[in-house]
Ligand binder design. Sequence first.
Ligand SMILES: Nc1nc2c(ncn2[C@@H]2O[C@H](COP(=O)(O)OP(=O)(O)OP(=O)(O)O)[C@@H](O)[C@H]2O)c(=O)[nH]1
Ligand SMILES: [Mg+2]
Length: 480
Amino acid sequence: MCSLNVGILGHVDCGKTTFTKRFAEIASTSAFDKHSDGGGRRNTLDLGFSSVMISGRRLALVDCPGHAALIRAVLAASTVFDMAILLIDARNGIQAQTAEHMLLCKIFCPEKVIVILNKVDLLEEKEVSLEQTKKSIRKSLKLMGILESSPILEMSLDDQHFCEEYMENLRKTIEMLIENFEPPRNTKDPLLIAVDHCFSIKGKGTVLTGTITQGTLKIGEEIEFANLKEVRKVKSIESWKTSRDKIEAGERAAILVTNFEAARFSRAIVAVPEYLKPMKECLCDVEPIQFFRSSLSSRTKMHISIGYETVMAECQFLRKSGISNSGEDEFEQLDKMEMPCQVWLIFEKPVFVNSDFLMASRLDQNGKGCRFAFRGFVRKILEPNGKLIRFTRKHRTGFIDRLEQNSNSAICAGMFKGETNFSIFQNMQILIAENPEISGTIEGAFGKSGKFRVNFRDGFEKLQEKWKIHLFLKKYLNDN
Ligand SMILES: Nc1nc2c(ncn2[C@@H]2O[C@H](COP(=O)(O)OP(=O)(O)OP(=O)(O)O)[C@@H](O)[C@H]2O)c(=O)[nH]1
Ligand SMILES: [Mg+2]
């Protein structure tokens, strides 16, 4: 039975850290707001890790910060979630970050969510409002694509009202939820570690803590900090305070290396040497987040969270449309994100990932609703200034000047200037606005004034002089 990674999520101040502290048995990196000096209550500023055993299985609890400004950390952590405990302040119901966190639950663990309705002690008309709140939570769960029948437990976690029964109930609920639950773990492919913290211990070396997301790691093996192009040998491995010789996908580890300055490295993916390559551009499939309200134009810059990092990238929305003579895909360049489409991302700095999942957001758009705009999968990594064949569509109109009854053709005008080289336009399709079923092809110039002849095979008899004609062109973009 594999260990499980559990996200502790919810809007700022709803009680996540208070809950985690009551529930956890072992505290680890940054657990329980250790940073808060003076003993007073502080917002959680970073991911906190702790653990509890249930049904003989290790649950790693990832206490996430609830503050809107700290969503990057939550985005990074969520990629390893097997399940989530979502806290909601009973007085407020679903709030802005509750909704964002629910979107992450929908993506990573839609059927393994437990809702805790916390601070029920602070409700005035308890019974009435609790039932209403639960109803509206179920509605939101459904709307967000999370199992509507997910358990909702009431709690009060402050010293005055807390009782052990709450935790007993929760344990039973989790036992049921994780019975026979074996999320897939890839132990075969090369090692990847999602490192969340890096710090030095005087006289020992530098410790990296993180979750193994792929492969296995043994003492003595080498790991690479791809963005720094540096390799170190693993001196020791611990998992939840126990020394280990070997650790594998799904587990959390504290890994000791020497001769490495902790300050040089922040949250990122570490791998076996040579495995991760820099990615500066890629083509991705995208799925819009329905709750994002603004429209997105091409060339806009977005925050892209991918493989434990959030990096700015320019987004160019494209639609696959046909194949070039050399057999490559051609893409129409769209002015804005319109489904169906793909996105070409140009990162501001290279990202070292192999994970193909990404989330695009407008993290500066605080307080204006959902900040997640779309999610996607990397379809193809592109060389910088890569060769994506792109075009925009141009549209020209003209009119039928005169019909030539004997040859099923028409002399058309109003579309080209006198000096036009018609060989470029020969055989291109002309459409008729008044009757979309009729189409013709350009034969060539007629005289020198920009008039031209169009042949019509079917439907010629229905044509009328002065009808409007259309030509749709592909304008290839010259930076390829
Ligand atoms: N009355 C009451 N107070 C609570 C309860 N749960 C938590 N609190 C208090 O609410 C405040 C916030 O709790 P935290 O656990 O720090 O909240 P959080 O969700 O971790 O906050 P962030 O990490 O900053 O998002 C603290 O002062 C807690 O003591 C509860 O059930 N009842
Ligand atoms: Mg907290």
